[in-house]
Design a protein around this ligand. Structure first.
Ligand code: SF4
Length: 184
């Protein structure tokens, strides 16, 4: 496997990028330019470093504590093609795959290429740009009120957006949840 993804960083056991321990991949490159973005260092598509999918998959496979993998950024869907082998491997391992995006679910769904393919591999999508005026530190796993935590398989089946009702993702009983976080 020689696929590579340009990343700004990895947190091998994150507790702030989804419920439980998450292998969080912060993808490098984002063209959304949301005012107030907390991660401007991730915007340059030529910044960061290249990391092999093979290495990431091996790292994930060695950690029995992981409940899922989260693609964040940056904008993961600007490297959708490069992320497909990683996404497929995560699903093959039986782990939950979540992705953040500054795009909307509906726009990714209209895509006929790699962005749509990556969307279809996700269990959870947190969509929409960070909107400074709607910033809310009291909501878990989101930075601003406009963002939605979407159940992707249910949405694909229904032909309409279905929000995640799983208590692990919304305010609830996750023992690893940090409570509130700032999320962009
Ligand atoms: S908030 Fe996210 S989508 Fe918006 S500019 Fe920053 S990294 Fe990109």
């Amino acid at each position: 496997m020689s696929d590579q993804v340009r990343i700004s960083g990895i947190v091998a056991e994150s507790i702030t990028d989804g419920p439980g321990f998450r292998y969080a991949v912060f993808v490098q490159g984002c063209s959304h330019n949301c005012p107030g973005c907390q991660n401007p260092q991730t915007h340059d598509p030529c910044g960061g470093e290249l990391r092999s999918v093979e290495d990431m998959v091996a790292e994930i496979g060695r950690d029995p504590m992981l409940s899922g993998v989260t693609l964040s950024g940056g904008e993961p869907f600007e490297q959708a093609g490069a992320l497909l082998p990683l996404a497929r491997a995560v699903r093959d391992m039986g782990l939950e795959l979540a992705a953040y995006t500054g795009d909307l679910y509906e726009d990714l769904l209209r895509d006929t290429g790699d962005r749509r393919a990556l969307l279809e591999l996700c269990d959870v999508l947190i969509d929409g740009p960070f909107i400074l005026e709607q910033r809310n530190l009291d909501i878990r796993f989101k930075g601003s009120e406009n963002q939605r935590i979407i159940d992707v398989p249910a949405s694909l089946r229904a032909g309409a957006v279905v929000l995640k009702e799983d208590g692990r993702w919304i305010a609830g009983s996750d023992p690893f949840a940090p409570g509130m976080r700032e999320r962009v």
